[in-house]
Design a protein around this ligand. Structure first.
Ligand SMILES: C[S@@+](CC[C@H](N)C(=O)[O-])C[C@H]1O[C@@H](n2cnc3c(N)ncnc32)[C@H](O)[C@@H]1O
Length: 352
């Protein structure tokens, strides 16, 4: 395949740099906006191309030496070659761009991104895979494994677990290694940013509310911190182990239901004082299903707080709510430094 010279214009959501060859977008991973590179085209389509860097001819001042020996081969990190403050700038502009482009949202009330106090050694759990004596992560764009001795974005306790696992002869399979033991249910990955996220949600919820519906509540990470602001709390999650954990030490105000949010949200929002109802949404990366979006449109709770781990599906869903709700604030949080992932909190109020 041929080699092209490009100037990288932008780093798009997902982590790739984009340059143009005769107007056609060429996506190149492990680049930095502003720099001049030579890249080998690996996939050439009518409207876009994919390429790999062969030479950084004029590097960006934000380019730094990656810390991890597996960086570039491992499928986990995308930004170790970019200094941390520029990673934060890139993620902020990606959130703005995706909301404008996919959600057709103008005048985005974007707040400053919440950084991670530790840009490395922050993950409190990792999942590694074992196959034929190799223990590690999948290679980028492949299902082949790289043997990984240490993961610099994981906490020291997690890397000790990895060392122990590698010292044993384990059967092929997937292994989730954790900094501390606990039930096998969803938990936030970066403790310090999770605390900042919970504090932000508490600050966004108005006082003296009647009902909180915590959709996709897990073990009640948010609901339990919000008890004082509500007369009643209903949490819904289809993971019955998470619901069992939420039901340990419940107060009379709280009800946690094991079930599908798609099926249960409408009735949870039914017959309440809509003006004093808050709906908290923390869905998986796929975002909200159509039935959930319709139930929100029809029941119109006064306050919506949407916590998203995928700006693209957030943008789609917010685009749907445009006519019934005002977006009061959008706050990105860097839950996953060095990777392309972005967490975002959107605060919406019903339009009357
Ligand atoms: C991003 S996690 C959030 C969990 C929780 N809010 C927390 O912070 O710990 C998403 C949760 O949604 C749940 N979930 C995914 N799809 C669901 C559905 N259709 N109905 C109910 N729960 C669902 C998963 O079990 C998971 O606990």
């Amino acid at each position: 395949m041929r080699t092209v010279d490009l100037q990288i214009e932008d780093i798009v959501f997902g982590g790739k740099g984009v340059g143009r060859e005769h107007g056609k977008a060429v996506f190149v991973p492990f680049t930095v906006d502003g720099e001049f590179i030579s890249a080998k085209i690996t996939r050439d389509k009518k409207k876009l191309a994919e390429a790999e860097v062969v030479d950084v001819r004029k590097p960006s001042s934000h380019r730094i030496e990656p810390r991890c020996p597996y960086f570039g081969r491992c499928g986990g990190c995308a930004y170790q070659h970019i200094d941390y403050s520029h990673q934060l700038e890139i993620k902020t502009s990606q959130v703005r761009d995706v909301l404008q482009r996919i959600g057709q949202i103008k005048d985005i009330p974007l707040r400053s991104i919440v950084p991670s106090p530790s840009p490395y050694a922050y993950r409190n759990r990792i999942t590694v895979h074992a196959e034929d004596g190799v223990i590690g992560y999948f290679r980028r764009d492949s299902h082949r494994l790289i043997d990984v001795e240490c993961c610099p974005i994981a906490m020291d306790e997690v890397n000790r677990e990895l060392k122990d696992l590698r010292a044993r002869k384990v059967p092929d399979g997937h292994y989730t290694l954790r900094a501390r033991s606990g039930p096998r249910i969803f938990s936030q990955t970066n403790d310090a940013v999770a605390t900042a996220l919970r504090d932000l949600v508490i600050a966004l919820v108005p006082p003296n509310q009647q009902l909180l519906v915590d959709a996709y509540c897990g073990a009640g990470f948010f609901a339990k911190a919000l008890i004082d602001k509500f007369e009643r709390i209903v949490g819904i999650d289809w993971d019955r182990f998470a619901i069992a954990a939420a039901n340990e030490n419940v107060t009379a105000k709280e009800t946690y239901v094991a079930g599908d949010v798609e099926a249960g949200l409408r009735s949870a929002l039914h017959e309440c004082d809509k003006d004093r109802t808050v709906l908290l949404l923390d869905p998986p990366a796929t975002g909200l299903g159509l039935r959930v979006r319709e139930a929100i449109g029809d029941t119109a709770p006064a306050t919506l707080i949407y916590i998203s781990c995928n700006p693209s599906t957030l943008a789609r869903d917010l685009g749907d709510f445009r006519h019934g709700f005002e977006i009061r604030s959008i706050t990105p949080l860097d839950m996953f430094p060095q990777t392309a992932e972005i967490e975002v909190v959107a605060e919406l109020r019903r339009l009357d």
